[in-house]
Design a protein around this ligand. Sequence first.
Ligand code: CDP
Length: 221
Amino acid sequence: MSDIPVITIDGPSASGKGTVAERVARALGFHFLDSGALYRLTALSAMKHGVALDDEARVAALAASLPASFRDGAVWLADEDVTDAIRAEAVGEGASQVAALPAVRAALLDRQRAYREAPGLVADGRDMGTVVFADAVAKVFLTASAEARAERRYKQLIGKGNSASLSALVADMQARDARDTARAVAPLKPAADALLLDTTLMDIESAVEAVLAHYRSQQGN
Ligand code: CDP
């Protein structure tokens, strides 16, 4: 337990939680943890070392000693800038696979909790409010329909000059949701005390405002 306030923002893929969490952190001057990046880094590291993504012991060993750092807006694996590499769809897919392994989740637990530093932390992921920071002062579960999320991811990919198929993205989104929701450890689900925020028809600014309002309403409770 700690007096340092934590705001958790959990939700499915492309629900906008990363962007919302980063802006909430900036508005409050808090630290920011993108926990999904740690799972992505673990998957990328396994791929680079030729370790099968279902080899629980070896993937967990890589996760436990991940030479990862977040510096100057970039993500590093040892001395390699992997900011773009970890965002590839194949790495996201791999992240979802390694995230289903209990030993991998256990290996990343302390590392995630170490981000809790004054004056506060905004943490985004799947199990921030249910497992990693169960004592968070304010918890939010961000959702949007699979179609809306696929459309956001589509625009992101096209914007970066990649080709993409909207129908393939909807199918991928649904498959990833199903795996994240059905897994035995730390499944994707709202904490009992989380505010549910459906952003299907909401822009980022309104979502950020709603999270800040929720945090203010919880302070002093
Ligand atoms: O961008 P997107 O939301 O798809 O991915 P992400 O947040 O970077 O997370 C990548 C994958 O890591 C997800 O599909 C989850 O399976 C997993 N993850 C998790 O299990 N627990 C977390 N706290 C964060 C991510």
